[in-house]
Design a protein around this ligand. Structure first.
Ligand SMILES: Nc1ncnc2c1ncn2[C@@H]1O[C@H](COP(=O)(O)OP(=O)(O)OP(=O)(O)O)[C@@H](O)[C@H]1O
Length: 256
């Protein structure tokens, strides 16, 4: 089985603070993995290490077969990354943003024209190209950002809370595009706070206080803890982990 991501004991410390503490998982190529956990749990820090932009303090990870420590540039060239803030230029049009990112990815001439045409059609941006980005709704901005992340035909895309604050119809369209990309063989790592989105992923990782406390398919995870829904599972994990946190010592309802 080809692995898109293989990480073992990934640790990131900022000074004396440990943001990510020994994250280990294997993600098969061509699957969607949801990354779930409370604010500040360490999802973005883990994602940034896997994208080759942040050096791990300890541990190993290969992404698309490249080591994050020794070959971060190879990883950056082969993945698409959509950060929480979307990184679009508000005062440029959709077309100008796409042109700009094609340049960032060193696409030139006929190849650039073909890649732009392909992503514009795939994401359905034909009617929006002359529009200034600041005049777009959140849902359309998100689709433009995804288009930019796909320009260089990456084999893995990493999406950090892509649907935060986006309306339900736009969320649904976005996920239809994500599943279509997966059907074409792409691997997708996506962090989300929406449990309905998490439930449709092939694999899920639950992150709490920097640790990956559970990894598996949504069905396996629910069955393991005997929970009917991911909402129930998430609340169960939050309560259990909070009871384990020494800062909450003395609060009633310790770990069972
Ligand atoms: N460069 C940094 N220096 C110091 N601390 C940092 C740095 N980056 C992140 N942290 C801390 O690491 C912890 C994990 O942050 P991270 O952004 O990875 O969490 P997250 O799970 O992505 O949260 P959210 O859902 O809010 O995006 C937080 O306490 C954060 O303040």
């Amino acid at each position: 089985m080809e692995l898109a991501i293989n990480c073992q004991g990934l640790i990131k410390r900022f000074g004396s603070y440990t943001a990510v503490e020994g994250v280990t998982f294997q993600l098969p190529a061509g699957s969607i993995m949801g990354f779930v956990g409370p604010n500040g749990a360490g999802k973005t820090t883990t994602i940034r290490m896997l994208c080759g932009v942040l050096m791990p303090t300890e541990g190993q990870a290969t992404v698309l077969g490249y080591d994050v420590r020794t070959h971060p540039e190879e990883i950056k060239q082969r993945i698409g990354y959509m950060s929480q803030k979307f990184s679009l230029y508000d005062d440029l049009t959709v077309q100008e943003n796409i042109d700009f990112y094609a340049g960032v990815y060193n696409l030139r001439g006929a190849e650039a024209a073909e890649r732009k045409r392909s992503v514009v059609e795939r994401i359905g941006l034909e009617g929006r190209l002359p529009q200034l980005v600041h005049s777009l709704s959140g849902g359309w901005k998100q689709r433009v950002a995804l288009a930019c992340a796909l320009l260089h035909a990456p084999r893995l895309i990493v999406l950090d809370e892509p649907t935060a604050g986006v309306d339900p119809v736009s969320r649904r369209v976005f996920w239809q595009i994500i599943r279509q990309l997966r059907a074409e063989g792409m691997t997708i790592l996506v962090s989300t706070h929406y449990m309905d989105e998490a439930d449709t992923c092939d694999f899920l990782g639950f992150v709490f206080y920097g640790r990956l406390i559970a990894f598996g398919t949504p069905a396996e995870m629910k069955a393991r803890e005997n929970k009917a829904s991911l909402d129930d599972l998430f609340i169960y994990f939050v309560e259990r982990e909070a009871a384990d946190d020494p800062r909450n010592a003395g609060i009633k309802g310790g770990r069972r």
